[in-house]
Design a binder for this molecule. Structure first.
Ligand SMILES: [Zn+2]
Length: 138
């Protein structure tokens, strides 16, 4: 049996992977973006594209956006109920840092600030237009 030098726990490995992607200290930031939100891509090969968030992967700080980072997967016929085989398009995850949330009121890419109301509830406010950002409200 060869000696295993890299005895990292899964937790450490995850942190190191995040550090390699430029996340300071490998700390996870909570994602402001949820599935259903509209985002615009600000970096990478799909720069400038807009799309709807299909899925978020907080533990990897990545999100899946419809129509962005379209990859092709070559599948063999007969695998996992896939009778035809061939090339399947799918949306690959992209880094959370490469997108900006699009405000559903002013339609512009923006940053969101969180504010706490007197009654203790938290709201999200668009830094561009100052309007309250509400999911599913518009
Ligand atoms: Zn706005």
């Amino acid at each position: 049996m060869p000696l295993r030098r890299n005895r990292r726990t899964p937790e450490q490995r995850r942190k190191v992977a995040l550090q390699h992607e430029g996340w300071a200290h490998g700390e996870l930031r909570p994602l402001d973006i949820r599935s259903g939100d509209t985002v615009v891509v600000i970096a990478g090969k799909d720069k400038g594209k807009r799309g709807r968030v299909e899925r978020t992967i907080p533990e990897e700080q990545r999100i899946v956006v419809a129509g962005v980072n379209v990859l092709k997967r070559h599948t063999k016929a007969g695998v996992r109920g896939n009778m035809q085989g061939g090339i399947v398009d799918f949306n690959g995850p992209i880094a959370y840092s490469n997108v900006m949330l699009v405000c559903n009121r002013c339609e512009k890419p923006t940053r969101i600030s969180k504010q706490r109301l007197d009654d203790g509830t938290h709201i999200m406010v668009c830094k561009n237009c100052g309007e309250r950002y509400e999911r599913g409200a518009v």
